[in-house]
Write a protein that binds this ligand. Structure first.
Ligand code: FES
Length: 206
């Protein structure tokens, strides 16, 4: 056997040895080994245990604590009556709690709106604070545009027919919409879409 053939055989033998016994394994080799070991096992070696707690519980060798689901329940609060609302005349409400920052507006727009309730789906409710830096919006209803704004602080404006999306910045988040339900003539608030300005949790203090 020639010297070159001898060297080639030595190289081949090195590549055949168990990668788990090799102190320094290349990433390519590790991935290829993972393929032989099975996909989940390979991923288990690469990712932190907390990313797949279910797999860990199934005995994949990862350290992980059980994760309990938490269900958030908003109160169901009566906020007005359909028969008492007048088109383009906002009514101040409190939801989900009674704190200053949880003030909102209930408005009959007179035109269909996303998330609107009532026979014409034109009754909506929103937080009364701008999502940019908390500017007060309770006196900023614009009946022509069906919007709230411009905010006194930096001129943001929100479209009340389109889930409170920004019409003009500086805000970068929609105005939180209060989810409504109707039962007979009564209007109930049952949730909030989006985070109220200044809160890490809309239900803080509720
Ligand atoms: S606080 Fe309303 S635009 Fe800045």
């Amino acid at each position: 056997m020639s010297k070159i053939e001898n060297e080639k055989q030595e190289v081949d033998a090195t590549q055949e040895e168990s990668p788990l016994e090799t102190p320094c394994m290349s990433r390519r080799k590790l991935l290829m080994t993972g393929g032989k070991m099975g996909g989940v096992a390979a991923i288990s070696m690469l990712l932190p245990g907390t990313m797949f707690p279910g797999k860990a519980a199934a005995g994949q060798g990862m350290v992980s604590a059980a994760v309990a689901a938490r269900t958030v329940r908003y109160p169901r609060t009566k906020v007005g009556k359909l028969s008492a609302l007048k088109t383009d005349r906002p009514v101040k409400i409190q939801y989900p709690g009674n704190a200053e920052g949880q003030k909102g507006l209930l408005i009959k727009l007179g035109e269909k709106a996303m998330g609107g309730v009532g026979p014409k789906q034109d009754v909506v409710a929103f937080s009364a604070f701008c999502t940019h830096q908390g500017g007060p919006l309770e006196d900023q209803y614009n009946p022509k545009e069906k919007s709230l704004g411009p905010c006194e602080f930096h001129l943001s404006k929100f479209d009340l027919q389109k889930h409170g999306i920004m019409i003009t910045a500086s805000a970068v988040q929609n105005l939180p919409q209060i989810v409504l339900e109707v039962e007979g003539d009564d209007i109930y608030a049952v949730g909030v879409l989006g985070l109220i300005y200044g809160y890490q949790d809309n239900l803080q203090g509720v």
